[in-house]
Ligand binder design. Sequence first.
Ligand code: ZN
Length: 217
Amino acid sequence: MRSEPAGGDPLLPSGGEPADATDPAFETVRPGQPTPGRIGRVGPGADEGLADPGDLGRRQRHELWMRRALEVAVTGPAGAGVADEAGGTTVDDVPVGAVVYGPDGAELATGRNERELTGDPTAHAEVLALRRAAERLGRWRLDGCTLVVTLEPCTMCAGALALARVSTVVFGAWEPKTGAVGSLWDVLRDRRLNHRPEVYSGVLENESAALLRAFFR
Ligand SMILES: [Zn+2]
């Protein structure tokens, strides 16, 4: 696992360059580390209640986290058996990646869509990441946590995110056919629900969409 040519070791977010880090501004940035140099916080509420946002503004932090999710989408989570010896994927699962960050911004868990790999209709990236994060924290309640996913969640995942009491959801590409966070439905901001996470959409949308287009080509 450690010697995978692409993407680095998913176990060690600080150990590898994001595979798709094409933006020169992120050249030296590792997931989980603050951006070097001065980057001011952006917009109102940029600190977002996170304990240690460092010098990262919310937008920069979300983009950094999304790069990590994109990396997970391509390489799969550590130990999941998705990556083969060549560092590629062995099954034809749609590349969707999700990462759960704790209230302090630390990476808690990752998940990649494994529906084909496991034959499990519920093995979406978000559900797997939520399960692993809950397991790691030893509780089902993930308040204060942020889930970052490369594609707009479906109804099942939006439901799971609400049930897990996740505080913030960040997603990349819109999914007009099945999306339940603004496209077809807006489950997470339905006022009839008593828990409504904060939602940020379209983060690195082009990169996320390009990954999916490349898969379906
Ligand atoms: Zn889903």
